[in-house]
Structures are given as structure tokens and as C-alpha cells.
Design a protein around this ligand. Sequence first.
Ligand code: SF4
Length: 718
Amino acid sequence: MAIEVEGTIETHYRNCYLCEAVCGLEIKTADGHVISVRGDKDDPLSQGYICPKGVAIEEMYKDPDRLQQPVKRSGSGWQEIGWDEALDFAADGLVDVQRRFGDDAVADFIGNAYGTIYGIVTHIGYLRSALKSRNSASLASIDHISHLITSALMYGHQFLLTVPDLDRSEYVVMAGANPLASNGSLMTAPGVRDRLKALKARGGKLVIIDPRRTETAKLADTHLFIKPGTDAAFAAAILNILFEEGLANPRSLAGHLNGLDEVAAALKAFTPERAEAVTGVEANSIRQLAREFAAADRAVWYGRIGTCAQQFGAVTQWLFSLINVATGNLDRPGGFMWNTPAVDIAADPNSDPGRYAEWRTRVRGLPSFGGEAPATTFAEEMLTEGKGQIRAFVCIASNPVLSFPNGHRLDAALASLDFMVALEPFITATSRHANVILPAARHLQCDHYELIFHSFAMRNMAKYMQPALPITDGGKHDWEILVALGERIAERKGLPVEPTISPAAMIDLTLQNGHYGKASGHPAALTLDKLKDHPHGIDLGPLQSRLPDCLQTADKRIHCAPPELMADLRRLETELFAARSSEELLLIGRRHVRSKNSQTQNCQRLMRGRNLCELFMHPDDLAKRQLQNGQMVRVASQTGEVSLPVAATEDIMPGVVSIPHGFDHGRQGVRQSIASEHAGVSANDLTDDQRVDPVTGMAVYNGVPVTVEGLYQAEKVR
Ligand code: SF4
């Protein structure tokens, strides 16, 4: 039973939807309201763990700024309208633009909800097949496309994403990741602090490589400061040492590899001494780390957003994967492993394996991936006149003005559009540009299968959640909106209207035919009904070795030397090693446990306490500029400038500064009252949509050159 009833109080078991840890929650409701949220101690993965954001779900559920009905922008402001009128208006506006300017004139973008709302994954195809535009993009190209491209080129499918098997490892290296604040990314590991403490308690070692001494770094045995954007040079030197000193030992992987010798030959020039010159990490420390990692029995090297959203993001993820391969730690317990999901998107013959550079974008010629364009191209595609110009936009559960690089340029581009539709529950910095906003039902009102994040989990797991509260006032699920809009567009364009079934029915079919399904003969015999009887979820055991069966390369081997990435080594050689030190500072992002991108700032519970939106700067850098701790400063880059208080901290590397992302909700027209009170500034008014990793088209969010100058003293702003 998913619901326990005690008097008028009902108890529901759900997952938290606010980050990738997807902690199990026990939610009590009464009379249509949430009355308490706590960790579900019977969830097999999270075992009762919950962070401050999870508790805040109670307040977020009843946010008074949330739209209850679709709204349409008119000369006198926003006007509530009914669903049929809103959907017709949206379809008319989009089809009108396509009739005048062609299918590619309408773009769409899906944000984080891609992971948290399973109906968007199952039903986005209904909208996209009606739009037939190639200007589609998703959070992949602003968050993790380097990982997807690496998996596609090495293993044959973009969703063969490897995860660190933390719970069984003896030596863990994390670069550009701060799971104590983020709770893990591409690594579903709720309660990660306890998992890392357990690693140390069993005699294991944790090494953090990061330009900031993060919360996770403070827990580590070793922390190495590294200059932002240079992780590829660091990883190349590690591999070079492994090969040169005869430490490379792929163990049981040896019979599954192509091209490792070719990589070894290509990396000979990447010595630790040369790496020291660009990374700032001493050559001896690089050597020691390579030797220790090679000597560990079960080790894993993992990199995340700090190493992905940078100028050599794809090469970095590839080299990290190769460190695991060269030491025999891929597909090995305690190493870098594949989850075996109950619903395995990579095993779906209809899924896109990650077609790379099938076409290139109109203005800048950046490569497509998996049928999508890089999101970094949208502003220029909107602002550059000519055939194929984007003139309308469907923004799905996202706030690109704050999350895309060069946000103020995108802000201007959105204002220039002929038409815009937002599937979004708030009037945000982005949706304020829409002609119509379609607010889907709240997460707790929807059923949910943990489709995406259990694919990256530390254990194999399946969980289906029934709604905790009913939908009132005729509200709609996200998937129902996508289908209704897709159908209306198809009808207007004379296209066939595809029949549909619910996300739950789709998942039931896939579960039954999946790795643990009734049809497969697995003893778990999973069906949706069985999951309904297990509201805490079903534990399907530790990660299992999957080679070679999981590989989808034509020759069923791991491609260690994909030509696209080998070619980019030459760029690494010429651009990175040619770089010289400068007086400029390098900007990086950061995350706090009380925030998640731009989603959580309208919650009083999470915003009280110390201002989260400060510039972190090393005391030596303040002294050089005669700045005072707490003073207001102006931070300027090639694309823009922002003003915020500076906080001195020795936890950041000299020469590096940090601003958290997801802030600046104070723009005119935004209707998020608490977020507006704590507006802060957008780090993405400093990032540059033109500065990308050319392999992926992903923006350089980390390692942005900036200057900092003083404005006025702290007491004037506090
Ligand atoms: S760690 Fe993430 S999933 Fe868990 S309670 Fe916090 S926000 Fe929710």
C-alpha cells in the first residue's frame, strides 16, 4: 500500500524531487495539505537521510506565488485563462510562426525537470514530433553533455553513464565535484557524507581536486588546489605516468579494449612538470597520486560539473574514464561501474545512442548531439536574421535567463521573439517573456517512477510513487500538457495525431521486459503493480559487472581512442600549454546545500541566515586590490558586470573567485516575492555564450576571466 491512513492523516512515501540524491520521504497530509515531511528510514537507498531542502518541500508546496491557472500576457498584465483557451492560443502562436518562417523557427528547451518529472521524458516526443524543429535542446548541453558524448564515443550509447561505486571503493578521487553541497550528481548517493566517512573508516582514501577547499574537500585525506579549466592537462599527466612507469594494468578489461596504446603514444608530451606549469599542482603530487591510484585494489576517478563545464570538458571526462580503464577499475566493484536499471533507456532500441555532429548549427557551426543543438547557440540563433532564425520558443520547466551563459544576451533575445510559451509554475526571469504560461500540477500531485536518477544510483533500485495529493481545479500533468499541445499543433499542420498511453502504462511495459521484469524470468518479476505494493522501493542489489554485454559499439569493444577526442588533444597542447599567467582572476561557480540552481530561492526557510550570494576571494587577492572583507565589489567580464559583497576566505585558491549560480530574481516583472527580496546577482551575466568547448558546444562556466574592483564599504549594504 502506498498510503497509510490514520484518522484524517495520510502517510505517503515519495522521493524528494529537489536534487539527484532522490531521498525517500515520508510525507503526511491532511485535508489536501502537507503537514510534515521527514526522511523515509525504509527507503533502501537513502535510509532516512534528508537535507534542509527536503524538509522545505512542505513550504514550497503552498508557495502563494505559484500559478494556479494558465496565464496570458496582455497589455494590462497577466490574465488567468482556461486550459483549452491557453492550449489553443499556444498552438496557434507556434504554428503561425512555423507557417511564416519554417519549422526550425520554433525552438524548445527542457530544464532540470527532465530528470525529476518522468512524464516529460516519456512524452516530450509528442510535442517535438509535431514541431519538427531541429532547434531542440535540453539541460544536457548546459550541465553534462561531456559525459554523454564520452559514453557515446567510448561505449556506444550516451546513456551508458558510469557511476563511482563509492560504497565498495578503497580510493576515491573526485575532481570538480562537491557532493556534500550538491548531494551528488551523475552519482545518486543520498547521505554522501556518511558514505565518504565509511570509506575512510574502512581504511580508504578520499582525494579532492578543486580550485576551492569545498565542504567535501574538508572531509578529504588530500585536497589539491587546481587552476580552473586545467583538469585535462592534469589527467593527461596522470595517464602519462601510468603508461611511462608501467603502472597501467587494465586487468580483466584487456580483452575488451581498442586503442589504448594509441592513447599512450599521444600522451607522451604531457609530463607532470608541464602539467604543474598550467595546473598549479606540483609535479611530485601528480606523480604520488598516479602511483597511489594504480596501487589501490579498488579505486575510482570521478569528475563532475567543475571539470565538465570548462574549455576542455569532453577531453577531461574522456581522460578520467581512461584513468579508470588503464587501472582496471572500470566495471569493477569499488570502481567506475554501470548501474543495471529496471527501466534501461540505453537498452531501448528506439533511444538515440548519441549521434554526434549529424548536423551543425546555422550561425556558429557547432555540432548537434543526440538530435539536439547546444543550448549555447540559442541567443545567436534568435538574434541573427536570415533563413532558419529562431522566432518562437517553448521553454519547459527551466529558467535559461539565469542558467544559460551570457544570460542578459538571452534576456534580450527572448524579448525580441514573435511568440513564447512557458511550461512553468512561476513568473520567473525567463517566463516573464512568455505570451502564455502553462503551469503543470505540483510534483506531489503526480505519480512518478524514478526513471533517470536510479540509473546513476549506488545500488540497483526501482521505485514507483503514487500521488500524495489530488489535482484540484482541473490542473494537468506535464505529460498531458505536452500531448495536448502536440496534438493541437499536429492538427493545425495536418500531421497525423499519434495515439498515446500514460507514462505509468509505458513504464509498466518496459519494466516487464527489462532486466528484472516478469518477462525476463528474473526472480524480482517486476511489474508496476508489484512496485505499487512496495512504496519504499525495491532494492535490486549492488552494482554488477556488465561487460561486454552492455557495450553498444559495433565491435562490442571499448573505444579508448575516439578520433573526435584524440583530435582535441592537439587543441589541449596548443591552447592550454600556450596560456600564460595573467593579472585577471578566474571565476568559478558553487553550490550551497540550501539552494538548487534557481529553483529554491522562493522559500523563506532556505533563504534565511547568511547571504548565499557573495563573491568568495582569497585574502591575498583582496589585499592586492586594497579591498575589505564584506565590501561591495564590481565583478566584470568580457560580457557583463555584477555588483555583490565580497567574502574573504582562504578556502579558495589565490587567483580564483567564486559566485554561486541561480540568483538574480529581482528583475522587473518577476513574481517570486521571497526570491526577489534575496535577489543576488546572476553569475551568468559574466559567462560568455561564445566561449565554449567546441567538441560539445557547452559553455565555459568555470574559468571565466574577470576583474574585481571595490565599490563602497560593507556597512552601507548590511
Ligand atoms: S539531498 Fe536532495 S533529494 Fe535528498 S532531501 Fe536534500 S534536496 Fe532532497
